[in-house]
Write a protein that binds this ligand. Structure first.
Ligand SMILES: [Zn+2]
Length: 66
């Protein structure tokens, strides 16, 4: 289980040029990220586990194929 979640794409413009943001990281509520394309700063935060439990994503994009 990894505590940090790194986004691959900007949720706003879909660009991949993301870099860690200094803002918001001192609160410990998720890492801040900045999009160099649309100049937006956002934060990823873990909300909690779903009631239905963990589900494995079907093999496809983003999946680890061994
Ligand atoms: Zn963006």
């Amino acid at each position: 289980m990894s505590e940090r979640a790194a986004p691959f794409y900007c949720p706003y413009c879909g660009d991949e040029d993301l870099r860690p943001s200094e803002e918001g990281t001192s609160h410990g509520k998720g890492a801040g990220w900045e999009c160099a394309s649309c100049n937006r700063a956002f934060r990823l935060s873990f909300l909690g586990l779903l009631a239905k439990g963990l589900r494995r994503e079907p093999a496809g994009e983003g999946g680890t194929s061994i």
